[in-house]
Design a protein around this ligand. Structure first.
Ligand code: SF4
Length: 281
């Protein structure tokens, strides 16, 4: 008699990054595409701008204070792009003219930085900090842009090169940064006092105060989110949540919410099978 094959049991996640946690909150199906199925999408000029600008801003603080000028930042951007274009972004632009136009637009966006803060007035405590911490039975891991010590306490800063959202949507954009606040509190023992989003393409700075009460609430929210993610993995049920983000979603073509075969008329998609594997997100 032939033995029946044991169905594969979907494994639980080992790690979760703040940005994947934010994805799950916004749209579980988006999370599945990225974190479970790990479907690669072609790099875009916007991503290239973000990566290159982050590298240039990180390196700006390697410079002596007097050299932290707009001209130096533009040079650092050009150098960073020379490195990245031949590694991560080969063939991104169809023509030299497209690339040149992208470069000029990017430099204009980056030039806004100096209207948002004065990089000669402080020394960051950390840049591109790789943080990892166990909370309950989950491991949270991510890289945060910057931490600085102010007179009031620690402030966490995140650079954004995408367009700044209107103020009434900005609060949602702090979700991932609050998770970093939880991690920094656990690692340093100090409670951060503020979170800042620097939108170069605005240009706009959004800042919220933070304290133990908000970070305690975030920890509880994270535990609930972790449980929800593991339930979704166990059941294979990652409902799409159509919204504003769909217009920019790289998975829209394969999303059940937009597929005649799998979506129902209410826009609530049918569950899809999930592949079994161990992974980090
Ligand atoms: S297209 Fe919209 S609903 Fe579908 S995965 Fe992307 S964000 Fe979610």
């Amino acid at each position: 008699m032939q033995a029946l094959a044991t169905p594969a049991t979907p494994a639980l996640l080992e790690t979760l990054s703040p940005s994947r946690a934010a994805d799950f909150k916004v749209c579980p199906q988006l999370f599945k595409f990225k974190a479970i199925d790990k479907i690669e999408t072609p790099p875009t000029p916007s991503q290239a701008r973000g990566t290159t600008a982050h590298l240039a801003l990180q390196r700006l603080f390697d410079e002596p204070t007097a050299a932290r000028t707009p001209e130096r930042l533009a040079d650092l951007f050009r150098t960073a792009w020379t490195e990245l274009r031949s590694s991560d972004y080969v063939g991104l632009f169809a023509t030299v003219e497209d690339e040149r136009r992208w470069g000029l637009d990017s430099l204009a966006v980056l030039g806004n930085y100096f209207g948002l803060e004065d990089p000669t007035s402080f020394e960051p405590l950390h840049r591109e900090l790789d943080v990892s911490e166990d909370i309950g039975d989950m491991r949270i891991r991510g890289i945060l842009d910057r931490v600085e010590q102010t007179g009031d306490g620690l402030v966490i800063t995140d650079y954004k090169t995408g367009a700044a959202p209107p103020e009434h949507f900005a609060l949602k954009a702090f979700f991932a940064l609050k998770i970093y606040g939880v991690l920094i509190r656990r690692i340093t023992g100090d409670t951060p006092v503020g979170l800042r989003l620097l939108y170069l393409n605005g240009p706009t700075v959004y800042r919220i105060p933070i304290g133990d009460r908000q970070l305690d609430a975030m920890e509880r929210q994270l535990e609930a989110l972790w449980a929800a993610i593991n339930r979704a993995i166990a059941t294979g049920w990652f409902p799409p949540r159509p919204g504003r983000l769909c217009d920019w979603c790289p998975y829209r073509d394969r999303c059940p919410a937009f597929s005649d075969e799998t979506a129902d008329p209410t826009g609530v998609a049918l569950p899809l099978p999930v592949a079994a594997h161990r992974t980090g997100a």
